[in-house]
Ligand binder design. Sequence first.
Ligand SMILES: [Zn+2]
Length: 316
Amino acid sequence: MTQKVPQKFLAYDLGGTKVAVGVVTSKGKVLEEHREPVVIQQGKTAVIAQLAALGKRLLEEHPEIRAVGMASAGPLDPATGELLDPTNFASPKGHWGRTPIARLLGAKLRRKVHLENDAAAAILAEHWVGAAKGCDNAMILTLGTGLGTGIISNGELLRAGRGLHPEAGHLILREGDASAPCGCGNLGCAEAYLSGRNFSRRARVAFGKSDLSAKDLAELARKRDPRAVAAFDEYALLMATAIHNYAVIYAPELVVFTGSFAAASDLFLKATREHLKKMLARRRVGVDLLPKLVVSKLDNQAGLIGGAFVALRASK
Ligand SMILES: [Zn+2]
């Protein structure tokens, strides 16, 4: 009996600093991938040309590929395939404005391109082949430059009103906290404390040192440096506060951590769990709202896998 050969998809994961492109099967396996810095400083025409050149190279090797999925930093409209002036893509060449990237790239690749928010793509990937497989109520927190959030609720990707992506990273934890300016312009957003970049920025202020990276701080905390330990303790409490708020609204059974700062999860996950247990103590009777907290095992491939999933789903 012949086994059905899995289909292949071209997938992109586009961020403000790096782009990944790869070939992913209909089983969610990444066959090959390539990462490079994105030429964001050269403006959008150059970036789209870069994406097209990367994709064409892989399509020459895999001409049977018919559809393309792209996970991208937002805001964006997955229904129309447009980027809606992504904040992190602005450069000296100007803002992107409303950019129909799916159509522009699709014309160059001669394939249909499907667009999705990167955090949405990441939770779709986890639900498909990762930590949230078989779990129909799950949330992902991507801890990197920002705090991305994606939610599967009752088996479906959850969108906010007007087709928007739920920007739960901008839920305000401490309004008016001048120590926590957020990229969105507000003070005290969850992202202003919990993204890897903002955690290190605040810790550098506490240390009075300008050259500490998130990695340095994690090493210091592992050596039990009291200030680094205190920084991670505060982080765990704020993380638990954010997850408490997400739990009462979205009721995830599982929260998956991913992104570069998830590598420091040994320094905050245990304490986060303890704080969360206390905060949700009264919400564990009847329906237990305490979610399981786990670290993703998809490394940094969730965006690519999620992009492929979106293309697969659309081509069915
Ligand atoms: Zn914010």
